[in-house]
Design a protein around this ligand. Structure first.
Ligand code: SF4
Ligand code: SF4
Length: 444
């Protein structure tokens, strides 16, 4: 199956249950931001800029778990900031998985993933040292653990009673990857992040974790490179990919102007630009395990219209429930999810489906997953429901086996700015260094 049966069935059962109860607005995925602190400063990130005054503030563990209970969403995406910096991330993740039986996506830039997995192995070593010795051997053979890492694991846990992040049927590492090495390191504004992310993904797959990736598409994104990245990742048996258009955060645009001397319109996509970029998404979903629904994929490619259902993917952070959506707090923050549902005037957000006129100027170019993916998943049209069923319960693509043809490690960058910028030392002297192997369909 494309996605694990238990997981897909759990979510389908929840949605059907809500519809039978006659609820017209309910949460499907909670975007939980326990903190906004991050170890990176990615160019297009609105989060670390918009909440830059509260980077030291954290939600308490009780508040985080309470938010999930309150909205009832079967899936929780723990994001931020970088959630692995959150001091109680293990207790939070385990509480959601084991006590509340949620599906958990932990969105990470992967810089601390291997450390967390070593902590899990150290705990296992104290219980079954021989089995873990075998795993250490595999990790070292794959080049994802050093002698120092192996010694650290063999020391056992610092605190045997401390929770760890272990593989679980309903747990996914969701790794941020915006392209191959050159592009990704440019966008995250730090060298070495791509290499570390790939090491972490490979280690996670050896240890039996489920791994997804999330990729944001910008105006300058070369979709052939993204296709190459998916080929590369399919060799590691990555379990799913989210690909969505970037949202033009005001705070990120201002930061570009001030810090990088760039214009936001050169970086973020218009609706028309999004449709052009996503033309091949339906074709890709036959080859790669693309998360989402075929209805949303059609919307991104401009084959149909959808209305915004931002209430289905609510965001909770230190300031409260962010209305109307993850991307903008145009309606403010609310103390409870129910308050947000009742007090936001939902008719004022999104885009008129037929005229394409934005109901709010900040919605004009938005085709993001948080707004429109649930509209595809919750569609009451019978043909849509059937397509969603066939897609989600259908066979998993086998992978293209073309990862080795991709020049994934195509050169690091100066670590500041992005491709639109003049500041970036583009690899002009050796253009082959950041070329992506042409997929056969393009090369032919
Ligand atoms: S890793 Fe995520 S939270 Fe951190 S700066 Fe980048 S996009 Fe923002
Ligand atoms: S269209 Fe986009 S920005 Fe506007 S409310 Fe919906 S998700 Fe938010």
């Amino acid at each position: 199956m494309r996605f694990p049966f238990a997981l897909t069935a759990k979510i389908a059962k929840y949605i059907i249950g809500q519809k039978i109860r006659g609820k017209d607005k309910f949460a499907t995925v909670l975007q939980l931001e326990p903190l906004h602190t991050c170890n990176l400063t990615c160019t297009g990130c609105g989060r670390i800029r918009e909440y830059s005054t509260s980077l030291k503030d954290l939600m308490s563990l009780d508040d985080c778990l309470g938010a999930a209970r309150e909205c009832g969403a079967p899936m929780v995406s723990i994001c931020g900031g970088e959630p692995l910096i959150y001091p109680q991330i293990e207790a939070l993740s385990n509480g959601l998985l084991n006590d509340q039986k949620r599906v958990v996506y932990l969105c990470t830039n992967a810089m601390f993933m291997r450390r967390k997995m070593r902590a899990y192995l150290a705990r296992e070593f104290s219980k079954t040292p021989e089995a873990v010795e075998g795993i250490i051997g595999k990790l070292q053979e794959a080049g994802v653990a050093s002698d120092k890492d192996a010694a650290e694991i063999r020391k056992g846990p610092k605190d045997a009673s401390a929770p760890v992040m272990e593989p679980h049927d309903f747990f996914y590492w969701n790794v941020h990857l915006d392209g191959l090495e050159y592009t990704h390191d440019l966008i995250v504004e730090r060298e070495g992040v791509f290499k570390e992310a790939i090491l972490a993904i490979r280690m996670a797959k050896i240890l039996g974790y489920q791994v997804a990736t999330n990729t944001t598409i910008y105006k300058e994104t070369d979709m052939r490179e993204v296709e190459g990245m998916l080929d590369f990742l399919s060799d590691f048996n990555v379990d799913g990919h989210t690909i969505s258009p970037g949202y033009e955060y005001d705070a990120a645009k201002k930061d570009m102007v001030v810090r990088l001397g760039l214009r936001g319109e050169d970086f973020f996509l218009t609706r028309e630009g999004t449709r052009e970029k996503f033309q091949k998404l339906a074709e890709w979903s036959e080859k790669y395990t693309i998360l989402g629904t075929p209805i949303y994929h059609d919307f991104l490619a401009g084959k149909r219209e959808l209305e915004c259902s931002a209430w289905a993917i609510p965001t909770r952070n230190i300031a409260g429930w962010r209305g109307p959506c993850y991307f903008m707090a145009g309606a403010g923050h609310f103390p409870t999810y129910q308050d947000m549902l009742q007090q936001v005037d939902w008719s004022k957000f999104g885009v008129e489906p037929y005229s394409g006129k934005p109901k709010d100027p900040r919605c004009e170019n938005c085709m993001t997953q948080c707004g429109f993916e649930p509209s595809g998943a919750l569609s009451s049209r019978l043909d849509d429901s059937w397509r969603n069923l066939v897609y989600n319960f259908g066979p998993r693509p086998k992978g293209t086996g073309r990862g080795k043809e991709v020049h994934a490690y195509n050169g690091v960058t100066s670590g500041r700015g992005h491709l639109t910028g003049a500041q970036v030392a583009k690899p002009a002297a050796s253009p082959a260094a950041h070329a992506v192997a042409e997929p056969a369909s393009i090369a032919a």
